[in-house]
Design a protein around this ligand. Sequence first.
Ligand SMILES: [Zn+2]
Length: 154
Amino acid sequence: MSATETETPADIALRRLLTLMVHETPVARASVGSLLHRAWGPDPSATSTLAHLGIRPVRRCLYAGEQNEVNSGCTCANCFNERLRTYIPRLTAGAAIWLHTTRIAPLLRATDQEDFCWEAEISRAGTRSRWSVIIGGISGRAVWLTRETIDRCS
Ligand SMILES: [Zn+2]
């Protein structure tokens, strides 16, 4: 997406998140957006790097049809964690992320010169969880952002 007058502050905030460069290893850096696309791939190393930042990628349900509805009883590998015997929390059937906005906010603020509330703007682009979601071993409220929303800004 190029910068246009129709671009909302939420779009700008989301693009800032996706272009954020983070350390994948002590010597290698990658953008959050490129890590996300690998994690949806799936790439476990990208998934764990993102989890440390407060981002939990959720892969597309293997049985997701044309409609983006959640089949709450689905036990496919992307909806059900066989090892932990728990359902993977999701709001839609497609690929998405759970974002812990409070944890990601300092990273976004650190790169920003202006007074801009990244946390609130990114939250506006998604759907807030009504329950706690575990991200990188830490439980808390999170925002669900679909891959469609994210791809629109990358
Ligand atoms: Zn599924």
